[in-house]
Ligand binder design. Structure first.
Ligand code: FEO
Length: 174
């Protein structure tokens, strides 16, 4: 198989950084929730950390398959403010929307480079971003409905705590 173009390599390296940065952000958010005894949200966000690491690994493995060694970049400390669970998940959703844009940009480059194999590979990420945005949006909507109702927030936190790892395992294998 022909090597990836330098332009596409650079863009994939950038996306690896984005995925690791996302993982780092979710880990920080998870730790914050844990410190506030929001254990269900902490668990949900920890699963998200797993997913982001799996996304980064998938890109690194693909580069390897195409005969290119990934180049790792510095990851800045994650930045977010805790102003309640709803605000936190709104930040997570805004973050996923940015990731979607970067995946779309990456796909655009693969199209411009006429790299059909890379386009097929990247389709997985395009589809995955729909799920990433939807699952985060679902949490935001639940939290908006709950408002300041403490009992409802407790139930949501319990529900977030029930997020399983099986879906992640399937995704990582895909
Ligand atoms: Fe890897 Fe949440 O996007």
């Amino acid at each position: 198989m022909p090597q990836l173009s330098p332009r596409l390599c650079e863009a994939i390296n950038e996306q690896i950084k984005n995925e690791i940065s996302s993982a780092y952000l979710y880990l920080a958010m998870s730790t914050e929730c844990s410190a506030r005894s929001l254990n269900g949200a902490a668990h949900w966000l920890r699963r998200q950390w797993d997913e982001e690491l799996a996304h980064a690994t998938k890109l690194i493995d693909y580069m390897d398959e195409r005969g290119v060694k990934s180049e790792f970049q510095s990851i800045p400390a994650p930045e977010f403010k805790f102003e309640g669970l709803l605000a936190l998940f709104e930040q997570a959703l805004a973050h996923e929307q940015k990731v979607t844009l970067s995946i779309n940009g990456l796909m655009e480059k693969a199209i411009q480079e006429q790299d059909h194999a890379a386009q097929i590979f990247l389709q997985w990420f395009v589809t995955e971003q729909i799920e990433e945005e939807n699952s985060t949006e679902e949490v935001v909507e639940m939290l908006r409905l709950a408002g300041d109702d403490g009992s409802a927030l407790l139930i949501i936190d319990q529900r977030l705590g029930a997020r399983t790892a099986e879906a992640n395992a399937e995704e990582a294998e895909a």
